[in-house]
Design a protein around this ligand. Structure first.
Ligand code: CA2
Length: 150
């Protein structure tokens, strides 16, 4: 059974660690992805990381994942609050999906309180900083281990 997980990041997250550290912390996207790789190898997961500033970039990755992946960790960034297209793409993906937000979106502006992606996600992590990605990977590994034991 595949243990391949896609880690997808949406628009502007390429600027992590370079702007607004009071909201998003000091780690860069490269740091986040390196930490994900470290945790993934501990969990015997294979991961593919991708960031796009374009909606279709995220959708194309979800379509690619449909064929081969056992799970998706996704921080859709601002597309969280706007994109029915990303929700539709995720609805075509059967394995578990975990939605991650670095900040606590519920403590922020009202428009960040609604997530289209949460209508599909099996779990949502918000406000745990960049650690949220690692916790999402741990949850996916747990779900895969549980499914394999059945
Ligand atoms: O808290 C999160 O992870 C968000 O998904 C981040 C999005 C925001 O639109 C969501 O409401 C919550 C914004 C990502 C922008 O990332 C930046 C990183 C560094 C500097 C500037 C923007």
């Amino acid at each position: 059974m595949s243990r391949l997980v896609y880690v997808l990041n949406g628009p502007n997250l390429n600027l992590l660690g370079k702007r607004q550290p009071h909201i998003y912390g000091h780690e860069t996207l490269a740091d986040v992805e390196a930490n994900c790789r470290r945790v993934a190898s501990e969990l015997r997961l294979e991961i593919r990381c991708h960031q796009s500033n374009r909606e279709y970039g995220i959708i194309d990755c979800i379509h690619e994942a449909r064929e081969i992946a056992a799970g998706i960790v996704i921080n859709p960034a601002a597309f969280t609050h706007t994109s029915v297209a990303i929700l539709d793409a995720l609805n075509t993906f059967e394995p578990p999906v975990i939605e991650v937000h670095i900040s606590n979106v519920h403590k922020r502006e009202e428009f960040r309180h609604h997530s289209y992606v949460s209508l599909r996600a099996d779990g949502v992590i918000a406000g745990l900083g960049t650690q949220g990605y690692q916790l999402a990977l741990r949850r996916l590994a747990h779900l895969l281990d549980r499914a394999a034991a059945k």
